[in-house]
Design a protein around this ligand. Structure first.
Ligand SMILES: Cc1cc2nc3c(=O)[nH]c(=O)nc-3n(C[C@H](O)[C@H](O)[C@H](O)COP(=O)(O)OP(=O)(O)OC[C@H]3O[C@@H](n4cnc5c(N)ncnc54)[C@H](O)[C@@H]3O)c2cc1C
Ligand code: SF4
Ligand code: SF4
Length: 376
């Protein structure tokens, strides 16, 4: 009888060699055989396990979405475009000093601060730049330090690898800031309950970020070189509403890079991604994209409340005076759904172009109702 391929072999064949690896880090830190090098996931040695967690937790291996929905969310709150919606608001941190440090309204950092203050989490995993100016997950145990890791970095952060590393340590109850693919990996861990692994119970809160794409580190650094900006000098980056450019900030300047140049640097895996709003998080936060003018909107977020626990955390943040919220108009929710649906359509089109078959959707199941809806 033919031997069953190992999980690691399948991960290599189905994900890494297909350019589907998002760099989320979920398969790293579970064993000594897989590591992150720059923004790539590298297999150092072979392992024989056929039921490995690396394959089970990867967001780019087949997933029973319906099962995860049923465990984590209210099924009647599910929407095909953006997942579960318990509530939808405009929001911002009440503290202007925090807003000044943050990417948009500082909602993510304000939520983490309140969750830590109230003992809902003991620590948080956020994203930080290491000495090589690459992103990595960073465990933060002091509320006062959370603001130091605010702002978005548009290259991948293998944040889930940091979660794997600290699980079972003294980190206590952990909150994680996650892109949509990372939130899915964490949801797979939470709902799989492989090997009676109780450490996953330490994961108490997932705050998702809206995400259109991440940039390949190599291509992004080449782009910076063209504009004579050193990676070390970059203090922030953003895509202002309606401007079709990526703004790069240094202490000395603001450089606007046309989106066509940026698009050429997008990580290949992101072209096959159907989630733009972190559908598997407790709360999902993105840039506000409606009402007001561009500069005013920069200081606000939009927030989707998905789980009951997410609702409690947001309400607590409002009650403690840390977060301001404003009920968003229905038209804004519809706009968001339209944009999210477009990402699904585009990704599915790219997947079919790659596999050359509407029946072979790589990591997606062609019978999944959401997939069916957007495949047309
Ligand atoms: C790669 C990427 C793509 C995005 N694309 C969109 C988009 O298309 N549309 C949209 O509306 N919003 C997008 N966002 C989200 C947006 O940039 C803000 O993060 C969000 O609006 C929250 O703002 P804030 O002021 O509350 O965040 P802050 O309070 O500043 O907190 C941001 C948090 O995100 C963490 N973080 C930063 N970079 C990363 C990273 N690469 N991976 C994981 N965590 C990180 C930080 O450590 C911090 O904890 C994207 C974010 C990222 C990282
Ligand atoms: S997507 Fe994440 S879990 Fe899958 S191979 Fe890449 S880093 Fe590993
Ligand atoms: S676009 Fe999708 S695959 Fe790429 S980083 Fe964002 S969530 Fe992950």
């Amino acid at each position: 009888m033919k031997n069953k391929p190992s999980s690691q072999t399948k991960l290599k064949k189905d994900v890494l060699e297909q350019s589907l690896c998002t760099g989320c880090g979920a398969c790293v830190g579970l064993c000594p055989y897989q590591v992150v090098y720059r923004d790539r996931t590298v297999q150092l040695h072979n392992c024989d396990l056929t039921d490995g967690k690396c394959y089970a937790f990867c967001p780019r291996t087949p997933t029973d979405y319906r099962k995860i929905w049923e465990i984590l969310f209210e099924i009647d709150e599910m929407t095909p475009e953006i997942g579960a919606v318990k509530g939808y608001y405009l929001s911002r941190a009440a503290d202007p000093a925090l807003r000044a440090k943050a990417q948009h309204g500082g909602t993510v950092t304000a939520l983490l601060e309140v969750a830590m203050d109230e003992g809902l989490i003991d620590s948080a995993i956020v994203s930080s730049r290491n000495e090589e100016i690459e992103q990595e997950g960073r465990l933060v145990e002091a509320k006062s330090q959370l603001g130091d890791y605010a702002k978005s970095k548009f290259t991948v952060s293998p944040t889930v690898a940091a979660f794997n590393r600290v699980m079972g340590d003294t980190a206590g109850k952990v909150g994680v800031v996650a892109t949509p693919c990372q939130a899915l990996a964490l949801a797979k861990m939470k709902t799989a309950r492989i090997n009676d692994d109780l450490k996953i119970n330490q994961l108490n809160l997932v705050i998702g970020l809206f995400c259109g794409w991440t940039l390949s580190v190599e291509s992004f650094h080449r782009l910076l070189q063209q504009y004579q900006i050193s990676p070390e000098a970059v203090t922030g980056m953003d895509i202002p509403a309606g401007k079709n450019v990526l703004e790069l900030y240094t202490n000395a300047s603001v450089t606007s890079v046309p989106m066509v140049e940026v698009d050429a640097c997008v990580r290949t895996a992101c072209r096959y991604c159907i989630d733009s709003t972190a559908e598997f998080a407790d709360l999902s936060v993105g840039a506000a994209r409606f009402g007001g003018d561009c500069d005013e909107m920069r200081g606000w977020n939009q927030i989707i409340v998905r789980s009951e626990f997410g609702k409690q955390v947001m309400e607590l943040a409002v009650a403690r005076g840390a977060l301001e919220i404003w009920e968003a108009p229905a038209s804004a929710l519809q706009d968001l759904k339209n944009v999210a649906a477009e990402k699904k359509r585009k990704a599915l089109k790219n997947i079919v172009e790659k596999s050359r078959s509407v029946k072979n959707l790589l990591y997606l199941n062609s019978d999944d109702p959401v997939v069916k809806k957007y495949l047309k």
